[in-house]
Design a protein around this ligand. Structure first.
Ligand code: WQD
Length: 335
């Protein structure tokens, strides 16, 4: 099988690349390095012993996208490419709509032109917005709290419509909860540009001394310890979910959707305490006011992925904390 990973040099894309290569699948990574580093390709080669083919492509560029499909014969696509910072999307909504929607529409046009009929899409639990947990795939969507989430919601509608129009098309939507952690080698990991928005990279940069202290956004939520509760999922478990989704897409047509989460919720303080205990490092913090748009409690009901894909998350919070620290402590400045 020959699979294109758009945005495959990114955090989740690179971990999925390792999983697919190790499963004997031939991959091509296409990325514009807007939020990733070329060094990832060397690290993937160090881990797997195989350097994936790479093509620098911005999927908003129709000519470059067509040239990529013209010069390759893909059996399927995993579409990671897109802007993904929630806060940034609130400050730059037009840029997010333009980039995330344009790149997806250009990709879909090329897939149709070159008869590529299988797609796994990197969606997000943000499409649910403020809904009571646990979230199932039939929990209502479209109550998004930010433009980033709206782009994921809109792309899901585009893909459902594409499947309605083309009975040969097979699309799997994967709604990620909170990805974190890193490959056990510590050679690839989460490498956000600038000050991290997400909790774990912020904690690990405090632990490594790059940042002074963690700012916990609110401890007055209706949760066991007052801090936000989320469904954290190890990025290597998430990568496996993409391989399972690819095999599932091969056997069927139409559009299907899966939550990729653990079904367990952990608070911010749970994370801080576990990270410190597992790694023997201090994480100084202060309690700040709530962050606008944050929800109190978000976690998945992962039953459908378990029964239909045969996928469950295998790694626990300690594994996530250990692997995040292994990456950060070996790469204090990132790639
Ligand atoms: C987790 C918890 C914060 C940072 C976002 C996106 C989602 C997905 C994952 C892409 C919350 C608290 C955080 C900090 C804190 N990304 N926190 N101090 O907001 O649940 O989800 O990332 O798909 O789409 O929405 O993740 O890691 O930002 O926050 O206290 O410096 O940690 O309040 O309770 P979030 P997060």
């Amino acid at each position: 099988m020959n699979v294109l990973l758009t945005g495959g040099a990114g955090y989740i894309g690179s971990h999925t690349a390792v999983t697919l290569i190790n499963a004997g699948i031939n991959i091509v990574i296409a990325d514009n390095f807007s939020n990733s580093s070329p060094k990832v390709l060397d690290r993937i080669a160090e881990i797997t012993g195989k350097r994936p083919e790479f093509v620098e492509v911005d999927f908003c560029d129709k000519a470059a996208t067509d040239a990529l499909f013209e010069s390759h014969s893909f059996d399927g696509v995993i579409h990671f490419a897109g802007l993904k910072a929630v806060g940034e999307s609130c400050r730059q909504p037009i840029r997010y709509y333009r980039n995330n929607l344009d790149s997806t529409l250009t990709l879909l046009e090329a897939m149709a032109k070159y008869n590529v009929k299988r797609l796994v899409f990197s969606s997000s639990a943000t499409v649910y917005g403020d809904q009571p947990a646990p979230l199932t795939e039939s929990t209502p969507t479209g109550n998004c709290s930010n433009p980033y989430g709206w782009t994921k919601y809109m792309i899901e509608q585009i893909l459902k419509g594409a499947c309605d129009a083309d009975p040969e098309l097979s699309v799997v939507l994967l709604r990620y909860f909170n990805p974190l952690g890193a490959h056990e080698s510590g050679k690839i990991g989460e490498n956000p540009n600038g000050i991290p928005n997400n909790l774990m990279p912020y904690i690990s940069q405090v632990a490594v001394g790059k940042l002074e202290k963690l700012h916990i956004f609110g401890n007055d939520y209706d949760t066991p310890d007052g801090t936000g509760v989320r469904d954290y999922i190890h990025v290597v478990d998430l990568a496996q979910g993409h391989l399972d989704a690819l095999h599932y897409a091969e056997k069927r047509t139409g559009c299907d959707v899966f939550n990729l989460g653990t079904g367990k919720g952990y608070s911010v303080l749970d994370m801080v305490k576990t990270f410190s205990r597992v790694n023997g490092v201090e994480v100084p913090y202060v309690i700040d006011p709530r962050r606008p748009g944050d929800l109190a409690t978000v976690y998945a009901d992962p039953k459908k992925a378990e029964t239909v894909l045969g996928w469950t998350a295998k790694r626990n919070l300690e594994d996530m904390c250990r692997d995040s620290w292994n990456w950060q402590s070996h790469n204090p400045q990132g790639y």
